[in-house]
Design a binder for this molecule. Sequence first.
Ligand code: NAP
Length: 550
Amino acid sequence: MTIDAPEAATEGAQSAEYDAIIVGGGFAGMYMLHQMRQLGFTSHVIEAGSDVGGTWYWNRYPGARCDIESLSYQYSFDDSIQREWNWSERYATQPEILEYARFVADKLDLRSGMQFDTRVTAAHYDDATNRWDVETDQGDRYSGRFLIAGTGCLSVPRLPDYEGLDAFEGDWYHTGDWPHEGVDFTGKRVGVVGTGSSGIQSIPVIAEQADSVTVFQRTPNFSIPAHNAPLTQEQRDENKQVFQEMRREMETAAPARAGGAMQIPKAFDLTDEERQQRYEQLWDMGGVAFLTSCADLLVNKQANDTAASFVREKIHELVTDPKVAELLSPHDHPLGAKRICVDTGYYDTFNQENVSLVDLHAAPIEAITAKGIRTADAEYEFDAIVFATGFDAMTGALLAMDIRGRDGVSLNDVWAEGPRTYLGLQVVGFPNLFTITGPGSPSVLSNMLISIEQHVDWISDCLEYMRERDLGTIEATPEAQDAWVQHVNDIGDATLFPQANSWYVGANIPGKPRVFMPYVAGVGPYRQKCDEIAAAGYEGFELAKEAATV
Ligand code: NAP
């Protein structure tokens, strides 16, 4: 059996059989659906939320914004989208990004191919029919020749296993699963646990409203000011003219640490004064671009130390109490080896009288009590607790579904020691399963929109290639996967990333195997590799014509 020819495909038919089942209606699933339609494949998107948007549908906490500039954080596949859409600020808020996703869904009529409020619970490959049998929590059963996971890298919120949470008499929230009606903290005593990007973005906003905010910090993070501002009409118009050209440059870029096209200097090619000046410039510019201040920041610890010291000095300048400033200053990991944060007024917030900081390294949380939080040396009373404690990143959403490949083998078992993929796109033993921005691809180390478009385009080309040649299945070979995993590890090990206890290595989840999951070579070299593999007839994949035995 092969993929339906375009003329035979009937989108929207009542049949529960599709060419592809797409899991997730975020930016990945949305574009994948559009491409499938363009190519005449039938497909069906299953999404847990009540609308499109994925991570931006759920992460509605106060202050939620993207840390990639809005003018870059948008689709490029259809130029009319960026021409018709107008971003209001340098860094878009969550509501505006969600509005953008809705705008695209309206424009391309995407919702008609999507089923909302539904979770995929199981997806099993049937060796007899060479199809994926998919079950949902609504009792649906679908069949797809292809299973395409657009499940996101940061979509499964992680709540630590605290004793006593059920007994807490106040309200509690997780930043990654925020109430849609919003939360009014006026007059409340609020505890916030966690100081990653979500904590750092939400704390200043909660502190504007609440009576008091107590921040529970286990590990301080490096945060760079966003210097957010409204965009002018002129800036927007200018961007519309150059957007496609700029995007093509970004898509082929080598990472800054490799020198890149921008001729970025190495830290010790500069004098102390020049280096300081460069850090000042990038600090004033704001945002994650600070990591591009020197080409070797993520490969040379001494170089990294110079940038880390610069940021620590800034923290001491911004925070008036030197003890608090020191507690907020990271010393345990190289700058950027954990996802760098981008903030608006985070450090200043600790100068407010209603904000205090608790050091969990000195006294860890022992339990949640009826009244609040008990640490090893004190008990704190709250009306509300906000857990900004992160996600089961990169593998969490895939492993939450019961995915079984050939011979009923479970993905959970195959990845028991950590994820193994070929190109972050396929897994040996799971034919016709594709993972958009899967582990082993640049994913979270890139602008996600760039990586999503690249993967969706690659998968679309692959499906067309198979249709043209009457091929039924594609599966990574064990040799290609082993070599890719080795390569991902080798280049990861040549950087400072593995030195941090980050979610990049799964360190935030007790018991999760410690494996550095993203591919660090940069989206340009990665794209080139993927394109070469496709041009060589999908080297490292086995493509079979095999007919179903039913
Ligand atoms: P995160 O970076 O994993 O931070 C979680 C925080 O919770 C950390 O400070 C962590 O401390 C703390 N924590 C976890 N378990 C704890 C426990 N048992 N007791 C005390 N503290 C605990 O999660 P996140 O802030 O949600 O961000 C995750 C990623 O999502 C970001 O890195 C970013 O890629 C993305 N994100 C992006 C944006 C944006 O675009 N601006 C916004 C939000 C999120 P330790 O460090 O000690 O583990």
